[in-house]
Design a protein around this ligand. Structure first.
Ligand code: NAD
Length: 427
């Protein structure tokens, strides 16, 4: 048995206040006074707000927010707050947007704001018959669902459509019911989960089935945001650059190993805005990757073509279940500010902006890969992180980073040597 302070079995940890929890963690991990006070400082997220957001809170994790400039979307200029720990991501969007600004920037659209909730029904001897018995009750289903969320209905949202499928599984045939619900300016997970849970016993009663899972699908393919843009061939460095980008896209379209990285680059931009606005990054990531595999093989989320004039045309489509209300969007003060900077009035507008950011990010990544390689631009910024890791502080960070880039050797050992030399020179 472990001694107190070395065991993870801490009874009542959740009942302690934050100081009590920090005490317990400090005992377990041997944290000193400075380390404790680092945790105590929750920055610009008030401690009591953090404490209400999740369980067992001890502190917060600050992530930088950078602003992407140059974005012009549907004829309107926007500044884009992006929360990310990765260097180059913000710069990539600024660069891509600069190169298409004079040509009008990005055009966006969206398929709707409908979410899907699933109810799983098993133990049915007659699944096909049961499926029809369910579909006959659409009017009742509508009323039951809408009664769950009068606020949503008042705002023009609510139940839209009932679907039912017979699914062959290793455990036999099941009936899977889909509730299609317009969740307007909410991401809608809680809204549709409540509807699915409310409906499930009725479905079981109508069919004689056992109702099992009742939860939304993150493959939100009724909530697909689209962005397109044309980069003038002269604005991006000529036909060779264009053809390099096209070849990079063709590679991603044909190979899942490449497509995973290609789409990760898109999500660098997408997730940074999703996070800055207090939305659920995992929900959006899950939806995007599932959508990328919807044809039975995992492929590129974006498409790249040459226009008849020889310019470069990019398009991106992905599910974007994001909201302006619900979750952390209204609770986190920084998320509220990010939404104000973006100037979006609806969840649809937010999703469309995010799709444009994803396309911009993709352009820059492909251009860098097709020309100088990703490390040149990345390393200049990464050098600062390496300098900090080597112990540089204040003005030393920039000086050491510059030296690393000048030598073309962005490495810890070189940073340590440069820092020592700098300090010797000063001393
Ligand atoms: P929510 O329930 O907090 O808020 C949505 C509700 O706000 C609506 O149901 C409606 O009653 C009300 N509302 C007020 N103004 C509105 C408007 N203009 N438009 C729409 N609704 C309005 O939040 P939610 O969006 O239902 O759920 C989001 C949260 O659920 C996120 O934190 C997410 O992380 C979490 N979640 C996600 C999953 C998943 O993705 N698999 C599962 C469970 C929970």
């Amino acid at each position: 048995m472990n001694h107190p302070g070395t065991t993870s079995r801490i009874a009542g940890f959740h009942k302690l206040d934050r100081t009590g929890r920090i005490d317990a963690v400090a005992r377990f991990a041997g944290l000193d006074v400075q380390e404790r006070s680092h945790l105590e400082n929750t920055g610009n997220l008030p401690a009591d707000v953090a404490d209400h957001m999740i369980e067992n809170v001890i502190g917060t994790m600050n992530i930088p927010i950078g602003i992407a400039t140059n974005m012009r979307i549907d004829g309107r200029d926007r500044l884009i707050p992006m929360a990310t720990e990765e260097s180059s991501v913000v710069a990539a969007v600024c660069n891509a947007a600069r190169q298409c600004y004079d040509n009008g920037g990005f055009t966006t659209s969206m398929s709707g704001t409908e979410m899907i909730a699933q109810v799983q029904l098993t133990d049915l001897p007659d699944p096909h018959h049961a499926r029809l018995r369910i579909l006959e009750r659409e009017a009742e289903v509508r009323d039951l669902c809408n009664a769950c969320d009068p606020v949503l209905v008042r705002l023009g949202g609510g139940f839209r459509e009932l679907q039912a499928r017979v699914l062959d599984t290793p455990g036999g045939a099941m009936v899977i019911v889909h509730l299609i619900v317009d969740t307007r300016d909410a991401m809608g997970a809680n809204a549709v989960n409540t509807m699915a849970e409310t409906l499930a016993p009725h479905l079981a009663q109508w069919t004689g089935a056992t109702s099992r899972l009742r939860i939304l699908s993150n493959l939100a393919d009724r909530r697909v945001a689209r962005a397109r843009c044309v980069w003038k061939v002269d604005a991006i460095g000529g036909p060779e650059v264009r053809d390099g980008i096209l070849a990079a896209y063709h590679f991603a379209a044909a190979d899942p190993y490449r497509a995973a990285t290609h789409n990760k680059g898109i999500m660098n931009g997408v997730s940074a805005v999703v996070l800055a606005t207090g939305n659920d990054t995992r929900a959006v990531e899950a939806g995007a990757h599932a959508y990328a595999a919807r044809h039975g093989h995992y492929g590129s989320l974006s498409m790249w073509e040459a226009t008849p004039e020889g310019d470069l045309a990019g398009s991106l489509e992905l599910p974007l279940a994001v909201g302006l209300v619900g979750g952390a969007t209204r609770v986190h003060p920084t998320a509220q500010l990010a939404l104000k900077i973006l100037g979006v009035g609806t969840a649809e507008e937010l999703a469309r902006v995010i799709a444009a950011v994803g396309l911009a990010q993709n352009f820059s990544a492909l251009k860098a890969l097709a020309t100088t390689g990703i490390q040149k631009g990345h390393m200049a910024l990464h050098a600062r992180n390496i300098a900090i890791m080597a112990g540089a502080t204040g003005e030393e960070v920039e000086a050491v980073a510059r030296a690393l880039v000048a030598q073309g050797r962005v490495r810890m050992d070189v940073a340590e040597a440069e820092l020592q030399a700098l300090r010797r020179g000063r001393g």
